[in-house]
Write a protein that binds this ligand. Structure first.
Ligand code: PLP
Length: 396
């Protein structure tokens, strides 16, 4: 037996463990100080009442012979896929039902989709980046190249002449940078992918934060995307499903090469290795798309959006450069005074007892940047913002 040697090449992920260690050491040394956390990427508000109602009803279904469900369809129940199709239609995107696959979340599908691509593909990921894209490809031994995201391009890298890639990751609105692609710039990526015969793996996990019409909510709003893109989305941030687990992946019928269809291969892959998302969870997810469900999740999202705005306003007031905050729950700021990411982390923790995430943990271009998130409560966010302003307003 031999293990997969590629695992030796995966970088250890110290980021969140190191954050937790430093916060815990600080709290032990200063038990009287209240530490405020704006570092987490998890939601804090509970599921919408309409979702809870649907979950309860689905549990009852499972208790009766007439409505009990066993194994469900690999690709998800029609009632949920039809709701997803309608949701896309409301953003001007027409999908057929066979193009929608329900899953237990975007992270699994982002990793699993690599099963349908050969290991000799070259992968292009932005730097800084959501680490899952890198690690899942390192596990398969694929060659990875990076697209530099930085202040000069507003953390929205564009295709570079002379650079070829086969698999391109785009996350918009982005984690960690909060930057989101306008439709016209995304079109350049779509054209590039079609020219290169590449696929775009488009992570739309934060699409629900987009309110500006010039920005894309789905890659399929862009002409030409149906021949070169797969989209991953999730109920995690949209409707607080981080613990409930449900997402979906869209693979257009036109995504083909050498007579092979990505859609058919994915169905084959899923039916071989996956037995579907629980009926109860899918009922809960479908409730998100009802009129009442949409109203309720909008209320929760508004809390996060207001928090993001509050943090962004503070950065404006302090004259700190940042991306995100407006169409994203993340604010990605340039550390003041030329500090490095971890230096600023310690400075903020020691002097304002506010915790964020050092940008250096997301790639080399993250050095000197810092991520704050809007998923805390309104009270915690307000207090943290006041402390940050109090600390930084006089300059460093
Ligand atoms: N994609 C991005 C960019 C994320 O930030 C996250 C979670 O934080 C995910 C995907 C994972 O989503 P899910 O909870 O659906 O697995």
């Amino acid at each position: 037996m031999n293990f997969n040697n590629n695992f030796n090449n995966i970088a250890e992920s110290y980021l969140f463990a190191e954050v937790a260690d430093r916060v815990s050491a600080y709290s032990q040394a200063h038990p009287d100080k209240k530490v405020l956390k704006l570092g987490i990427g998890d939601v804090t508000l509970p599921l919408a009442p309409e979702v809870i109602k649907a979950l309860h009803a689905a549990v009852d279904d499972m208790s009766k012979k007439e409505t009990f469900r066993g194994y469900g369809p690999y690709e998800g129940y029609d009632f949920l896929r039809e709701s997803i199709r309608e949701y896309y239609k409301s953003h001007g995107v027409n999908l057929s039902l066979s193009e929608i696959f329900v899953s237990d979340g975007a992270k699994s599908d982002l990793g699993n989709v690599l099963d349908i691509f050969s290991d000799d593909n070259t992968v292009l990921v932005p730097d800084p980046v959501y680490p899952v894209y890198v690690d899942t490809n390192v596990m398969a031994g694929r060659k990875i190249i990076y697209a530099d995201a930085d202040e000069s391009n507003g953390f929205l890298p564009m295709p570079q002449k002379g650079v070829h890639a086969d698999i391109i990751y785009i996350c918009s609105p982005n984690n960690p940078t909060g930057a989101a692609y306008p439709k016209d710039r995304l079109k350049e990526w779509v054209d590039y992918a079609n020219r290169e015969g590449a696929v775009i793996l488009y992570d739309a996990a934060y699409e629900c934060f987009v309110s500006d019409d010039a920005l894309a909510r789905s890659v399929f709003q862009i002409d030409g995307a149906r021949t070169c893109a797969i989209e991953f989305c999730s109920f995690s941030k949209t409707a607080g499903f981080t613990g409930t687990r449900c997402g979906y992946t869209v693979i257009p019928e036109e995504l083909t090469k050498n007579g092979m269809s990505a859609n058919k291969m994915w169905f084959r892959r899923q039916s071989t290795k996956f037995n579907g998302v629980p009926y109860i969870v899918q009922r809960g997810a479908a409730a998100v798309f009802t009129e009442q469900g949409q109203r309720e999740i909008a209320q929760n999202l508004l809390v996060y959006k207001r928090n993001a705005q509050m943090i962004a306003n503070a950065m404006d007031r302090l004259g700190i450069w940042y991306t995100g905050g407006k169409n994203s729950p993340y604010i990605w700021l340039k550390c003041p005074g030329g500090m490095k990411s971890w230096e600023f982390f310690d400075y903020l923790l020691n002097n304002a007892q506010v915790v964020g995430t050092p940008g250096a943990g997301f790639g080399k271009n993250g050095e000197g940047f810092f991520r704050l998130t809007a998923f805390g409560s309104e009270e915690v966010t307000r207090e943290a913002v006041e402390r940050i302003i109090g600390l930084l307003k006089t300059g460093l």
